[in-house]
Design a protein around this ligand. Structure first.
Ligand code: LLP
Length: 453
């Protein structure tokens, strides 16, 4: 069935996929937090990512409140915003304001969070192949924890810590064997992939024993991340049990592990035909039940729990605004189709090409009326797979129309590229009628500046 979007219905409404402050003005034009999209296009150009600040903050706070509520009677909980979904200095600051910490997965993310004013003690560092520089910076900044992802990394982190005369707080990333999540590329807890230390093979137990006996390392937690775009609570409960069993195994050997991180991966709706994912309260309650049941059964003190949501906080808060440049109608075996070309493409949203992800689109610069036409929104790159929205019913669109694709906040800009030497779009935050440039649009001059001839 084709996705039809007549008017943006703010997220939170039964069929809504647009950020909560998206509305259609009487003029027929769409506004975000009171700012007409045509004004954003005129001032900042297109394509541009528009971030509804209040929406993102609200989603972030909802996770903190849900986790606090579910875990008060246990040992409490922390929420780390997964910066890989989308990070800028302002976003890092907002997340801190809302009571979250930051999960960084590279030196760039770590330095952005620090530059945004987040203290190292509120940042965790991930990565399956961390560089010396990343580990050193993490330790120097007083990082909350470094997540150990492989056996050789144990000695590497210990050495770098001792060179700096400090001890390093570490987590161990466990591969729990739980299958969950969207596309194969975003499932992370099966055996045959690059992340983590296997519980099944025993590597996880070896790592724990080794870390406990390594001076300069402080084992503060164990970690599991099962995948991304997960729309059910089952996998999380299952993975939590595996992780807590490992913790109990360690306790029997005198190794106390005070913290457990259950990762991110909470899914969102991309189109109004997608299932509505469980709310943060529901996920939090499932996690708390798993922890409570395990502690009751083992008699162990409850661990402090953390989670790392990224997508569920930022995806629905952002849309990408494009200008329609040209069109063509084709005949296909299944009927006519209109190709609508916009001024961005797979360089600002790789997800459809990489994962076959579905999105929707709407004409947002005016109230477009007329019979829906089976349409495909494509970019301007030199690939026929440069598709942004595979199938959508759109009213007659005109060249020059502003078109928006909602729910692009997670992994849109952060996986963006300069393919075909397109400058990456800027990110404009909108709140209470005011626009703030979070990331300025790149220019061709930026690209020429690092081409040294
Ligand atoms: N924690 C760890 C260790 C992770 O690897 C990830 C995501 C997260 C947290 C955050 O997961 P989220 O809540 O955002 O699902 N580029 C893909 C998603 C890759 C996810 C990578 N890791 C996509 O666009 O679907």
């Amino acid at each position: 069935m084709l996705e039809t979007v007549a008017a943006p219905e703010p997220n939170g409404r039964p069929d809504g996929v647009w950020s909560m402050n998206t509305a259609r003005a009487e003029s027929g034009e769409v506004t975000v937090a009171g700012v007409p999209v045509s004004l954003i296009a005129a001032q900042f150009g297109t394509p541009t990512y528009i971030l509804d600040e209040a929406d993102m903050r609200t989603r972030a706070r909802a996770w903190v409140e849900a986790m606090e509520k579910a875990f008060t009677s246990l040992a409490g909980a922390d929420v780390y915003y997964a910066g890989k979904a989308f990070l800028s200095k302002a976003v890092a600051r907002w997340m801190m304001d809302e009571g979250l910490n930051i999960d960084a997965a590279s030196e760039g993310e770590l330095r952005t969070a620090l530059a945004g004013g987040v203290p190292g003690s509120r940042i965790g560092l991930h990565g399956n192949n961390k560089s010396e520089a990343e580990i050193a910076l993490a330790i120097d900044s007083g990082i909350a924890h470094i997540v150990i992802d492989s056996i050789p990394e144990i000695a590497k982190v210990a050495r770098i810590a001792s060179e700096r005369g400090r001890s390093a707080p570490v987590y161990v990333r466990l591969t729990t064997g739980v299958h969950a999540g969207g596309h194969d590329f975003i499932q992370t807890a099966h055996e045959d992939q690059k992340f983590g230390l296997s519980v099944t093979s025993g590597a996880a137990y070896d790592a724990i024993t080794q870390i406990a006996g390594t001076p300069g390392l402080k084992l503060v937690g164990i970690h599991s991340h099962i995948g991304s775009q997960i729309l059910s609570t089952d996998g999380f409960a299952e993975a939590a049990k595996v992780v807590l069993d490992v913790r109990a195994w360690a306790a029997q050997r005198g190794i106390e592990i005070p913290e457990v991180d259950l990762g991110g991966g909470y899914g969102v709706r991309y189109t109004s035909q997608d299932a509505v994912p469980p709310a943060p309260e529901e996920f939090a309650e499932v996690l708390a039940q798993a922890v409570r049941a395990h502690c009751d059964a083992t008699g162990l003190p409850a661990p402090r729990i953390s989670i790392e949501p990224g997508r569920s906080i930022v995806a629905p808060a952002m849309m990408t605004l494009y200008t329609v440049g040209t069109m063509k109608d084709v005949a296909t075996d299944s009927g006519p189709r209109r190709y609508i070309s916009v001024d961005g493409g797979m360089s600002d949203n790789l997800r459809p090409a990489l994962y076959g992800a579905n999105y929707t689109a709407a004409v947002v610069g005016r109230e477009a009326t007329g019979a829906g036409c089976r349409s495909r929104v494509v970019g301007k790159h030199c690939e026929s797979g440069d598709i942004l929205v595979k199938d959508v019913s759109l009213p007659p669109v005109e060249i020059g129309d502003l078109l928006a694709v909602p729910v692009t906040g997670a992994y849109g800009r952060s996986m963006g590229s300069n393919y075909n030497m397109l400058p990456r779009p800027g990110v404009i935050a909108v709140r209470d009628g005011q626009c703030t440039v979070l990331l300025r649009r790149e220019t061709i001059e930026d690209q020429l500046a690092y081409d040294l001839g």
